[in-house]
Every structure is written in C-alpha cells, then in structure tokens.
Design a protein around this ligand. Structure first.
Ligand code: MD5
Ligand code: FE
Length: 206
C-alpha cells in the first residue's frame, strides 16, 4: 500500500523484503570501508553532523558535490543495482513514474543519539525525486513545508524496509530526523542503529 503524504511525497511502508534489507545492510558495510568510506561531516559554519555518511557517485561536500572525498580519495562508484532499485521505487510510488538518470547515493548512519536538523536538499541540479530507504531502527521523520524550517510539519515514524519518495512540490520541503527509537530494528537484520539510503540524480555532467 502507498500513501501520498503530500503532493509528490509517497510513502510505501515495508517495501523492502527481509532478504533485500539484509543485502543492503551488507552492501552498506562494504561501502563504509575506507578509503572513501563512512565519515563525519563538518559544515562550513563549524558544525558537526551526528549522522555519519558515505557517498557513492558524487561526494557531498557541504554544500556542493565533488568527485573526491575530503582526503582526496576518489568517491566510490554508483552501483548499477542502485539505479535499478531507484527505477523500481519510482514505479511503486507513482502511476506515471519519471525515468531520470540516477547517478548517486548518500548513505546516512544514525546511532541512538544521532539526529538531523531541518534542512532542504538543494545541491542537486535536477528536479528528479529523491528515493529514501530506511533500514534498522525506527526513526521519527519530520516532514515540513517549503517555506520555513518550522511548523507546519508532520512527524511520522519510518521503519526498516520503508520507502519514501520525495518528488514534485515535495522535493524542496524542509525535513529532518529529530529522533531514533533505539532497539526497534528487526531481529535478524544484525543492525544496531539506523541506515538511510537516498538515491538521487545529481544533474551534474559525468
Ligand atoms: C534521512 N536524509 O533519513 C534523510 C532522508 C539527507 C536526508 O535528509 O539529506 O541526507 S532523505 C529525505 C528527503 C530528501 C529530499 C526531500 C525531502 C526529504 N523532503 O522534501 O522532505 O537520513
Ligand atoms: Fe535531506
């Protein structure tokens, strides 16, 4: 079942099966290895993000994309399987799915204390929907409006296996993760904490 939470924002609970979740967690572990692995993101304003991140395809340097990590290592390739997954996700979310060229993924890891403040994703040069996949612990996801980082917003819980697609007018909505609910990951997944994969079209030249 799918729910249109706002125009263009479609939630498909429990979209990933248990096997597919396990495979993605294993792949994330592999992508997290150095060089170009999981890192702590420092913002230009002197802030430190509490969610750790791995980039595939394009490296997110707040607030622009590059092909190398902060250490100068080449960013890991965007695997074609994730392109296929993005296409399947859009088909599950929309009656007339767009077919943009997805070329990058951001993988965020949240431990029990990690959070993400309200922000917009504006670095991509494409209006293609952002495909979000959640694994492990449940989180409280705050889905806001396009004007301000404050109310009105809707808090919803995202669980392991949930798909959320942000397209159309929801592509530029403010959003954040105010809370992780520790110990809520499915037994058997072997994950403590939460992983979120976002699949994106950078709109940048290869
Ligand atoms: C997460 N990640 O759960 C979220 C999922 C990020 C980030 O916010 O920037 O890495 S992506 C949620 C998202 C993306 C684009 C638009 C909107 C939400 N939205 O309009 O609400 O780690
Ligand atoms: Fe975001």
């Amino acid at each position: 079942s799918r729910t249109e939470v706002a125009p263009g924002a479609v939630l498909v609970p429990d979209w990933l099966g248990a096997d597919e979740q396990r495979d993605l967690v294993a792949a994330c572990r592999d992508w997290a290895r150095h060089p170009a692995g999981m890192r702590t993101v420092h913002t230009p304003g002197g802030g430190t993000m509490t969610a750790k991140q791995v980039c595939l395809g394009w490296h997110w340097r707040p607030y622009r994309y590059s092909r190398t990590t902060d250490d100068g290592a080449p960013v890991k390739a965007f695997p074609p399987e994730l392109g296929d997954l993005a296409r399947r996700a859009l088909a599950a979310a929309y009656d007339e799915p767009p077919r943009p060229a997805y070329d990058m993924a951001l993988v965020n890891f949240y431990d029990a204390e990690a959070r993400m403040g309200m922000h917009q994703d504006r670095e991509e040069r494409s209006d293609a929907p952002v495909v979000s996949l959640s694994l492990g612990d449940t989180c409280v996801f705050r889905f806001g409006n396009t004007e301000t980082r404050t109310r009105p917003y809707t808090d919803l819980e995202l669980r392991s296996g949930d798909l959320f697609v942000f397209g159309g007018p929801s592509r530029l909505a403010f959003h954040g993760v105010p809370r992780i609910l520790p110990g809520t990951a499915p037994a058997g997944l072997g994950l403590t904490g939460r992983l979120n994969l976002t699949l994106r079209a950078s709109g940048l030249d290869p």
